[in-house]
Design a protein around this ligand. Structure first.
Ligand code: SF4
Length: 397
């Protein structure tokens, strides 16, 4: 009994995804080719269907932008691919009865090596790259959650100069940390990072845990950040799946966009593809590739793994890019950012002074103060909570 090929396993994952799809809407025509090849390989099986202050409010890092030109002619590449673990068989070879495992291993290695080679010159591109201190990795990953790397770079160095250790950060008053967050936006992250540092000192002996499950219990740390920290700081073999990485995994191995898969299925594919010899490089390379090349409208002509990409080989068309955010101008986010910006400079201020200084109507300032208070960013005196113009507000300590 031959060992199940990678493609069979991909087919299983894709099967589950498509069955779910079928309940919602007709099968995507892109999948027909994939399904038919897999069906042949499965020897007659029929059940295979496969498959905040204006100056510092940042643009989300994973912004799904579309400032590049689609490059999908589908020509010039074959859908060559190897298995994730170096022992699987490509769909085209299953169909042809060609189980040359040696060839498949070399194809898998080629895909991984291409990714590594492409990443090599990027290894030192940012100040956090190559950091071995888990605290520094944690700080960088929290900053990168919603802010472009180019904006994170100077803020990261300033932040670590000021809070060199997790103990330094845990001891720091909350308002100092929020001031140090200037230029990054999404100031709630500063509060969460401050709470995380205190939790690390109180519950983990001042050390960042290497277990992603423990990391996820820290304030403001989700599955992606936990996996990124575990992988980058400790070399744990875990895939850090953000929107960009999910997109690449779905395109390369299933020829479809990620929206067509259940997250658990994509995680399964990613974990099988993960380079267990060097998971940190694999994760960072895919993050960069998704940010720079395999964007919603991909630049396949510049892609180092184009030779192994089913999406390109099949001439697939990218899904429409959803608008992720509403207008910033006049939004609650803008007003909140303006309030925090005013308080960073003044220390404390009245509602009326903030309204005059920012130019926003006093009712919107009151609303913003209330939500900022709930998020732990500001403290408001009773008069401010009652909406009186002279009521004073300050950054939380
Ligand atoms: S992985 Fe590369 S070849 Fe495939 S869709 Fe993305 S940019 Fe294009």
């Amino acid at each position: 009994m031959p060992e199940p090929s990678f493609e069979h396993e991909v087919a299983g994952v894709a099967d589950r995804g498509l069955r779910r799809d079928r309940r919602r809407r007709p099968r995507h025509p892109l999948l027909d080719g994939v399904v038919s090849r897999i069906e042949v390989g499965r020897e007659g099986s029929k059940d295979v269907a496969l498959g905040e202050d204006p100056a510092d409010l940042a643009v989300p890092e994973h912004d799904g932008g579309s400032d590049v030109t689609p490059a999908h002619d589908g020509g010039g590449f074959r859908d060559a691919r190897g298995g994730f673990d170096g022992h699987e068989v490509g769909a085209h070879d299953v169909a042809n009865g060609d189980h040359d495992l040696g060839e498949e291993r070399s194809e898998t290695r080629a895909l991984t090596e291409a990714l590594r080679a492409w990443f090599r010159p990027r290894r030192r591109r940012y100040p956090w790259r190559g950091a071995t201190d888990p605290y520094a990795v944690l700080v960088s990953e929290v900053m990168l959650q919603q802010t472009q790397a180019s904006r994170v770079a100077p803020a990261f160095e300033r932040f670590l100069d000021r809070y060199t250790t997790v103990q330094d950060l845990a001891r720091a008053p909350r308002d100092d940390v929020v001031r140090s967050w200037a230029g990054l936006g999404y100031n709630r992250r500063a509060v969460a990072l401050s709470e995380t540092a205190r939790s690390l000192v109180e519950e983990h002996g001042g050390r960042v845990p290497r277990d992603p499950e423990l990391l996820r219990r820290l304030p403001g740390i989700g599955a992606y950040t936990a996996a990124a920290v575990a992988s980058l700081a400790f070399g744990e073999a875990v895939a850090a799946l953000d929107t960009n990485v999910r997109r690449i995994v779905a395109r390369v191995w299933a020829g479809r966009d990620a929206e067509e898969f259940a997250p658990a299925d994509l995680r399964e594919l990613a974990e099988r593809w993960l380079d267990r010899d060097d998971p940190a490089t694999w994760n960072q390379a895919l993050m960069d590739l998704g940010r720079e090349i395999c964007r919603p409208h991909p630049r396949c002509d510049a892609c180092p793994i184009a030779f192994g990409c089913r999406f390109l080989a099949e001439g697939a068309v990218p899904s429409p890019v959803p608008r992720k955010q509403g207008r910033f101008e006049g939004s609650s986010r803008q007003v909140r950012g303006a309030v925090v910006h005013a308080l960073r400079r003044s220390g404390s201020s009245s509602l009326d002074a903030i309204a005059r200084g920012t130019g926003f109507p006093s009712d919107r300032i009151r609303e913003a103060v209330e939500t900022l208070r709930r998020d732990g960013l500001v403290e408001a005196a009773p008069a401010a909570l009652a909406g009186r113009p002279a009521g004073r507000v300050r950054l939380a300590r």
